[in-house]
Ligand binder design. Structure first.
Ligand code: UT7
Length: 321
C-alpha cells in the first residue's frame, strides 16, 4: 500500500507587494532582492488569516481530489504562524470544512512543516490506522517578521497550500528522508511569547524572526542535495529519472546550486518564489498545486520534494504522481 497525493489546493492573499513597493518603506531595491534571491514580489495578508487561507486551500484540494469532508480521517497542518496558540489551525480547518470524523493537529517543523506532515500521514496510512488525510502548510509570516530588518523581511510572504493523500495500491510515496539538528536552532529563530509574570523584573517586548542568512544558505546547499540523493537512491532511481523537483522556495541560488550538485537541468525545478517569496511550510504545497493546475504532472511521473529550514529541519520525498 502506498500513500498517494490525489489532490492539491492553494490560497494566496489578495495584496501583492513588489520589490519596488518595498523600497518605498525601507532601504532596499528590486536589484538587490532579485539578484540575491530571485524574488520579485510576494503576497501579504491584510484581511486573510492563516486559518482562512488554509480553509480555502483545503476546499480546493478536496475538490481536486474528489473527496468529501466525511471521508477525511486526519488533518495535519504545518505552521509557525497560526492565528492562535490554541486551538490548532488544523482544528479550525476541521470545523470549517465539517470533517467531523477527522483527528486534527498542527506541527512545527518550520519550512519543512508540509513535508513532515506528509511523512506523518504516510506513517499513519502505512500502519493501517487511517486511509485519507488532508495535509497543509500555511503561514502568515508577515506578522512574525521584523519589518525593520531588511535582511529578512524582504524574503518572506504569506499563503497556504494543501494536499489530500490516500492509501493507493499502485502509485504513491516511494521513499522519504528527514532530519533535524537542534544544535543549530539559533540560525533561524523566532522567540515565543515572553514570560511577563509578576516575578519577572524587566517587561519583555514581542520578538520577531531573526536569521543568520549565510549559515542557513550553507546548510541548505549541502544538506538538501545529500537528502535528495539519499531519497532518490532509496526509491531505486537516479536523479536523471526524476521528472520534477519541487523544492522549498527560499532562494533561486539555493535551487540552482542543488540542480548543479545533482547534475540535473534547472528546467526540472519549477519556481514559485519569483511571485510568492518564501512562505515557509506553505512553499512546497503551493508550488505543487501550481504544477498540478498547470498540467505539468501526469500519472506515474516521479517527483522529488524537499523542504528545509528552521529547527534546523529538512525532509525529502520521492512520489509517483
Ligand atoms: O526557509 C529558509 C529561510 N532562509 C533562507 O533560505 C536564507 C538563506 N540565505 C540567503 O538566501 C542569503 O544569505 C540572503 C539572501 C538572506 C542574504 O544574501 P547575502 O548574499 O548572504 O547577503 P548579506 O547578508 O551578506 O548582506 C550583504 C549586504 C549587506 O551590506 P554590507 O554589510 O555588505 O554593506 C547587507 O546590509 O547586503 C545588505 N542587505 C541589503 N541591501 C539591500 C541586506 N539586506 C538587504 C536588502 N536590501 N533587503
Amino acid at each position: 500500500m502506498k500513500t498517494r497525493i490525489i489532490g492539491t489546493g492553494s490560497c494566496l492573499p489578495k495584496a501583492v507587494v513588489t520589490n519596488d513597493d518595498l523600497s518605498k518603506y525601507m532601504d532596499t531595491s528590486d536589484e538587490w532582492i532579485s539578484s540575491r534571491t530571485g524574488i520579485k514580489k510576494r503576497h501579504l495578508a491584510v484581511e486573510e488569516t492563516t486559518a482562512s487561507m488554509s480553509i480555502e486551500a483545503a476546499k480546493q484540494a478536496m475538490e481536486n481530489a474528489g473527496v468529501t469532508a466525511a471521508e477525511i480521517d486526519l488533518i495535519i497542518l504545518g505552521t509557525v504562524s497560526g492565528d492562535f496558540v490554541t486551538p490548532a489551525c488544523a482544528c479550525e480547518v476541521q470545523a470549517a470544512i465539517g470533517a467531523d470524523r477527522a483527528v486534527a493537529f498542527d506541527i512545527n517543523a518550520a519550512c519543512s512543516g508540509f513535508m513532515f506532515a506528509l511523512n506523518i500521514a504516510n506513517a499513519y496510512i502505512q500502519a493501517g490506522l487511517y486511509r485519507t488525510a488532508l495535509i497543509l502548510g500555511a503561514e502568515t509570516l508577515s506578522k512574525i517578521v521584523d519589518w525593520e530588518d531588511r535582511s529578512t523581511c524582504v524574503l518572506f510572504g504569506d499563503g497556504a497550500g494543501a494536499a489530500v493523500v490516500r492509501a493507493d495500491e499502485n502509485y504513491g510515496l516511494l521513499s522519504f528522508d528527514q532530519g533535524s539538528d537542534g544544535t543549530k536552532g539559533d540560525v533561524l529563530a523566532c522567540p515565543g511569547r515572553a514570560n511577563n509574570n509578576p516575578l519577572i523584573k524587566n517587561y519583555q517586548k514581542l520578538s520577531y524572526v531573526h536569521m543568520d542568512g549565510q549559515e542557513v544558505y550553507k546548510f541548505a546547499v549541502t544538506t538538501v542535495p545529500a537528502s535528495l540523493q539519499k531519497t532518490i537512491e532509496a526509491a531505486g532511481l537516479t536523479a536523471a529519472e526524476i521528472d520534477y523537483f519541487a523544492l522549498h522556495q527560499a532562494n533561486i541560488r539555493i535551487i540552482q546550486s542543488v540542480s548543479k550538485r545533482l547534475h540535473v537541468n534547472e528546467d526540472k525545478f519549477p519556481i514559485s518564489l519569483d511571485h510568492c517569496g518564501n512562505i515557509s511550510a506553505a512553499s512546497v504545497p503551493i508550488l505543487l498545486d501550481e504544477m498540478n493546475r498547470n498540467g505539468l504532472l501526469k500519472p506515474g511521473m516521479k517527483v522529488a520534494l524537499s523542504g528545509f529550514g528552521g529547527g534546523l529541519t529538512w525532509a525529502s520525498a520521492v512520489v509517483e504522481w
